[in-house]
Ligand binder design. Structure first.
Ligand SMILES: NC(=O)c1ccc[n+]([C@@H]2O[C@H](COP(=O)([O-])OP(=O)(O)OC[C@H]3O[C@@H](n4cnc5c(N)ncnc54)[C@H](OP(=O)(O)O)[C@@H]3O)[C@@H](O)[C@H]2O)c1
Length: 274
C-alpha cells in the first residue's frame, strides 16, 4: 500500500472523542475525501449530529461502514473492540489495514478475531491531537508491513508528532503520553493557583503557566538538550529558582511523577484485553 490516502475508502468505527479528532483533522487537511469516508457511533442522534458537522456519512452500522474499506480505524472503547471486530469479520473484502487506537488492546487480539493475515497497526494518540500538537506512538502487528506503518504515520502526522515503537512499549506509552495531558493540566492548574497566591490575577497566572510550559517543552524538543542542563541554565547561584527547586525536591515532585507513570503503566497492563 503506497503512503497516500488519495482514493482510499476509510471507515472510522467509533468516532467518539479521539476518533472524531483524527477524522476531523484528516478531512480538514484534505487527506481524506468526504465521499470515501464513513464513520460509525453507537447512537443514531449522535450519528446525525456528527454527519451534519463533518459532512461525511455517519451511521450506526459497522458492517456497512467497513465493507469495501481500504483502511478501518477502530476508535471504540477497549471493552467494545472485540465485539466490533467479530461483527465486521466476514464482511470485509480483501485485506484492509486495521488501525486501532484502543488502549490495552494488543494487535494479536484483533488478528486472532479475524480470518486471514489481516494487517493491524496500533496507534496511541493523545488529546492535544485536536490542535495538531498531539503525540502518537505507533506499533506494528504480526502481518503489518513497513508500508502500513508509513501509511499510519502519515495519517497521524497531521495531528502532531509520531514515533514508531515496539508493541511491548505500548502500555508505557499509554501511561506517559496518552494519560500525560492530565498530569500536565494538574501541574498547570497548580502553577496558576500559585500565581494567584503570590498576587497575580487568575487569567494572567494561567497564561504565564501555560506559555511557560509550552516554551520549555519546545526548547527541549528543538534543541535536543537534556532537561537537566536547561534547568541549570535557569538556576542562578543563590537566586530564586534554587529555593523553589529545594521545595520541589522536598515535596518529592520527581518521584511522585515517576510513580504516577509506573502506576498507570501497570493499570494499562492489567486492563489488557486478549
Ligand atoms: N480519550 C483519549 O485521550 C484517548 C487517548 C488515546 C487512545 N484512546 C482510545 O480511544 C478509544 C475511544 O476513546 P474515547 O475517549 O474517544 O471514547 P468515546 O468518546 O466514548 O468514543 C467511543 C465512541 O465509540 C462509539 N461506539 C460505542 N459502541 C460502538 C459500536 N458498537 N459501534 C460503533 N461505535 C460505537 C460511541 O458512540 P456514541 O458517541 O454514540 O456513544 C463513541 O462515539 C478508546 O479505546 C481509548 O483507549 C483515547
Amino acid at each position: 500500500m503506497a503512503k497516500d490516502l488519495t482514493g482510499k475508502k476509510v471507515a472510522f468505527l467509533g468516532a467518539g472523542k479521539m476518533g472524531s479528532i483524527i477524522l476531523q483533522a484528516l478531512l480538514k487537511n484534505g487527506l481524506l475525501s468526504p465521499k470515501s469516508t464513513f464513520a460509525t457511533v453507537a447512537h443514531e442522534e449522535r450519528a446525525q449530529a456528527l454527519a451534519a458537522k463533518l459532512k461525511v456519512k455517519v451511521g450506526t452500522n459497522n458492517v456497512e461502514a467497513a465493507r469495501d474499506a481500504d483502511i478501518i480505524v477502530i476508535g471504540v472503547k477497549q471493552q467494545v473492540v472485540e465485539d466490533v471486530i467479530r461483527e465486521i469479520k466476514g464482511h470485509i473484502t480483501a485485506k484492509p489495514l486495521i488501525v486501532s487506537v484502543a488502549a490495552s488492546v494488543p494487535t494479536s487480539m484483533i488478528e486472532n478475531n479475524l480470518s486471514g493475515n489481516v494487517p493491524v497497526v496500533r496507534a496511541m494518540p493523545n488529546t492535544p491531537c485536536q490542535l495538531g500538537a498531539g503525540m502518537t506512538a505507533i506499533s506494528k502487528g504480526k502481518y503489518a508491513s513497513a508500508e502500513d506503518i508509513a501509511m499510519t504515520c502519515h495519517m497521524f502526522d497531521v495531528v502532531g508528532r509520531t514515533v514508531v515503537v515496539d508493541e511491548k512499549h505500548m502500555d508505557a506509552v499509554t501511561a506517559l503520553s496518552a494519560s500525560g495531558p492530565a498530569y500536565i493540566y494538574i501541574i498547570l492548574e497548580s502553577l496558576a493557583e500559585a500565581g494567584v497566591k503570590v498576587g497575580l490575577p487568575r487569567d494572567v497566572a494561567t497564561l504565564l503557566a501555560a506559555q511557560t510550559a509550552l516554551g520549555a517543552a519546545r526548547v527541549v524538543l528543538e534543541t535536543g538538550d537534556h532537561p537537566a542542563l536547561l534547568k541549570d541554565a535557569v538556576t542562578t547561584p543563590a537566586g530564586c529558582t534554587i529555593d523553589a527547586i529545594m521545595e520541589l525536591e522536598e515535596g518529592k515532585l520527581r518521584v511522585t511523577l515517576i510513580k504516577a507513570v509506573v502506576k498507570a503503566a501497570q493499570r494499562a497492563k492489567e486492563l489488557a484485553f486478549g
